[in-house]
Write a protein that binds this ligand. Sequence first.
Ligand code: FMN
Length: 141
Amino acid sequence: MRAVIIYNSLTGTTEKAAHRIASELKALRVEATPVPIAEVDEATVADVDLVIVGTWTDGIVIVGQKPAGKKKLRNLPSLAGKKAVVYCTYAVDPGHTLDKLVAEVAAKGADVIGGFAIARHDLVGDVAEFVDRLTPELAGA
Ligand SMILES: Cc1cc2nc3c(=O)[nH]c(=O)nc-3n(C[C@H](O)[C@H](O)[C@H](O)COP(=O)(O)O)c2cc1C
């Protein structure tokens, strides 16, 4: 199975999460490639079975949280016919960031099968749990 991990990162946490997700997926024989959102084009998603989209939580700590990079997310190529999973990283409270990110990615035509909020202070543990929860979904993807 092939996956691409599209990430939008300002200070490196979401990028680090993308690389950790990739290496954990490799152990499950999923070939996952992290790609910064600015470098994504149609070819990036053409031959993959799964698209993972990650961004960081932008808000006023515990209010008004949303996925960072709305414009970049809207500029993604069509994901019609693709299975997708989303994640957001956050410092304190992601609020409804994940739901909003699901909506953005679904608006691109993807079938969003799951999502996970990853705390930046527990990146390793949360990525492990994310991939764990993803494992049964991957069998059917
Ligand atoms: C402008 C700005 C606003 C933020 N707002 C929130 C917020 O409302 N809630 C929260 O939990 N974290 C918030 N954060 C923290 C980031 O979402 C968190 O540190 C994230 O992991 C950063 O990812 P990155 O290193 O990939 O940019 C904010 C960070 C920035 C720079």
